[in-house]
Design a protein around this ligand. Structure first.
Ligand SMILES: [Zn+2]
Length: 176
């Protein structure tokens, strides 16, 4: 191996390490919050403040606008309705899919790995298939425009709090 080859390998190692540091910094791994289970994920809509909501929308819309034409998700077999952003299940699932794509595709740019095919096999196609049944956009696709759905109201059982307050542990076997 020549010194030029060694230099090239060292350069590749430095690039990999630099990318790893950038990934760890951007993902907030190893810094404040990592390992602290009280700190919500930045992809959590439930916990997002207005600024994070705006960032999430910008990021997700951009990603979906790339995903749909790239994977030709406009055909009959696996359509993503243009009104996907009006469907909460789709927003949550596509956000999760985007986060898994980022985990697969970002960082370690020079390292061959199977995350990329695993993302397609485990996450992309199962999510797209699942959305056809779960997103609630069949009527929108059929009518070629968003259709508001009529959902049943759902309220927590009013007896729940009092009932669980009386539960002090798992049921005991009193037969012994
Ligand atoms: Zn719709």
């Amino acid at each position: 191996m020549t010194s030029a080859d060694e230099l090239a390998l060292l350069r590749a190692d430095v690039d990999d390490l630099t990318a790893a540091i950038e990934y760890l910094t951007s993902a907030n791994l190893g810094g404040t919050g990592e390992g602290d289970l009280t700190v919500p994920s930045r992809w959590s809509w439930r916990h997002a403040d207005p600024r994070t909501v705006a960032q999430l929308w910008e990021e997700l819309i951009s990603w979906v606008n790339w995903l749909v034409p790239r994977y030709e998700l406009t055909g009959e077999a696996a359509p993503i309705a243009p009104c996907w952003y009006r469907h909460p299940v789709a927003v949550e699932e596509l956000t999760a899919l985007m986060a898994s794509w980022q985990a697969a595709y970002q960082g370690r740019p020079e390292t061959p790995r199977d995350d990329l095919i695993a993302w397609h096999d485990r996450w992309l196609w199962p999510t797209i298939d699942r959305l056809q049944a779960r997103a609630g956009w069949r009527g929108c696709i059929d009518h070629k425009q968003h259709q508001d759905r009529i959902l049943r109201s759902w309220d927590p059982d009013p007896d729940m709090a009092a009932t669980v307050a009386g539960w002090t542990g798992p049921p005991r076997d009193t037969a012994v």
